[in-house]
Design a protein around this ligand. Structure first.
Ligand SMILES: NC(=O)c1ccc[n+]([C@@H]2O[C@H](COP(=O)([O-])OP(=O)(O)OC[C@H]3O[C@@H](n4cnc5c(N)ncnc54)[C@H](OP(=O)(O)O)[C@@H]3O)[C@@H](O)[C@H]2O)c1
Length: 400
């Protein structure tokens, strides 16, 4: 069972390129929760790194393991509701004040984006599936003026906003049954379609000027040898199909609304929900070796940089079309694990065998075992300034 837990956790980490967290998506945990497994400084950090020493390692791993499956059933229920509805239906930054409507704002990326926009003096409107859970995450006293609306109010909140950011989607890091696979794709297409419909039907003078819509590096398929930039063709596997359909849905936005498609890599940061939050416990029990061969590419991005890229996409009219949301220096999985092990003072020598992953994740394991090397060519052409260009700097900033 210990091995099973380790294997599943590792799969969640790589997140099939999209690390995720069941609890957040179920709305049981605030994005700003004090239960972060490791904050940058102070006692919480120490607690996180020793957490497994206090407790039964196998039971902790089992709980991570179970979380993935629980997340999958939750995901199905919430998606059905959304699909039904879809069918029925003076700031601190440099630029002028924006009014930004965001789907997936309660998630790992979205919560940080909300904090950044609010801190910069912009108006934020949160488009969620559950107003009450979103309000828990963004309490009025801490987020005065932030509007929150469930699906019935999305169109009203989108109307009159200057930009929309579309981040919503169910977790990918679950065992892929045919049903789960269909939901992963259909929910993203449905949410995006709903957002696009609301933008397109808003009166011209109240129509958002820009839509920044998330997609993922899975678009390119997987390869151990090729490098991909925004001009590369799509892959042919399941995640490539998901991304193509997701992007196609966003491309239906009316001309006149600038569209940015952010093909996001694996987002790293310390808080609950990120891939590192799942990796650290594994290293803490000395079982953090690479998945499979370790030769597969790991195209990562620090959450701060991704949030800056989203803000830049909202503010800067030069940001248009597909932009890879990845750091300039992707690494192979083995290097990622070595660096992480070195920073945590834990060895990275126990590879998780391919057969074990395949036994657990079936088809999904193929993608965990194969990554893609994705380069942010467009962002660099646009002069985007990365705070974290190298994995070791990002990991040090997050973990020490
Ligand atoms: N994190 C990564 O490493 C990574 C990498 C590549 C791409 N991405 C993509 O970037 C986006 C944001 O990532 P994230 O890590 O912030 O995701 P996240 O933490 O899982 O949050 C996604 C949000 O989507 C909403 N959601 C969850 N299940 C849903 C469902 N079944 N139907 C409709 N909405 C649902 C939830 O918001 P409400 O409960 O408020 O509705 C949730 O907070 C996602 O679409 C993800 O696929 C992420």
């Amino acid at each position: 069972m210990l091995l099973q837990g380790v294997v599943q956790s590792k799969a969640v980490i790589s997140g099939l390129t999209w690390a995720n967290h069941g609890a957040m998506s179920q709305g049981t945990t605030s994005p700003n929760s004090m239960s972060n497994p490791f904050l940058r400084t102070g006692p919480a950090s120490a607690h996180a790194l020793t957490h497994f020493g206090d407790d039964s390692a196998s039971s902790k791993l089992l709980s991570i393991f179970n979380q993935g499956f629980h997340g999958a059933s939750q995901q199905k229920r919430s998606c059905q509701r959304l699909v039904c509805n879809a069918a029925a239906s003076g700031n601190g930054g440099n630029g002028p004040k924006m009014v930004v409507a965001i789907t997936g704002a309660t998630g790992f990326v979205g919560s940080k984006l909300v904090d950044r926009l609010v801190a910069d003096g912009h108006e934020v409107r949160i488009l969620t599936r559950s107003e009450s859970k979103a309000r828990e995450a963004f309490p009025e006293r801490k987020y005065p003026g932030v509007k929150i609306g469930d699906e019935s109010k999305w169109a009203e909140l989108i109307k009159g906003s200057t930009g929309v950011v579309n981040l919503a989607g169910p977790p990918i890091s679950t065992r892929w049954t045919p049903e789960v696979k269909a939901d992963i794709k259909n929910c993203r297409v449905a949410v995006t379609g709903k957002v696009v419909q609301a933008i397109n039907s808003a009166p011209k003078d109240e129509r958002p000027a820009v839509l920044v819509s998330s997609t993922a590096v899975g678009f390119y398929g997987t390869s151990e040898t090729s490098a991909f930039d925004e001009t590369s063709p799509s892959g042919n596997d399941y995640l490539a199909e998901v991304c193509k359909a997701w992007e196609a849905s966003a491309r239906r936005v009316r001309r006149g609304t600038r569209l940015v498609l952010l093909r996001t890599g694996i987002v790293l940061d310390g808080e609950e929900g990120g891939s590192l939050a799942k990796m650290v416990p594994i290293f803490s029990i000395f079982a953090g070796g690479p998945l499979g061969s370790g030769k597969q590419w790991f195209s990562w991005v620090h959450r701060d940089d991704l949030v800056s890229m989203i803000v830049e996409s909202l503010e800067n009219p030069a940001y248009e079309g597909v932009i890879n949301g990845t750091a300039p220096n992707p690494v192979r999985m083995a290097e990622m694990c070595d660096r992480l092990g070195a920073i945590l003072g834990r060895p990275s020598w126990l590879p998780v065998p391919e057969f074990a992953l395949k036994a657990l994740l079936g088809e999904g394991a193929t993608v965990v075992l194969e990554g893609q090397r994705v380069l942010p060519k467009r962002a660099q052409e646009l002069g985007f300034s990365f705070k974290y260009r190298y994995i070791s700097d990002a990991l040090k900033a997050i973990l020490t």
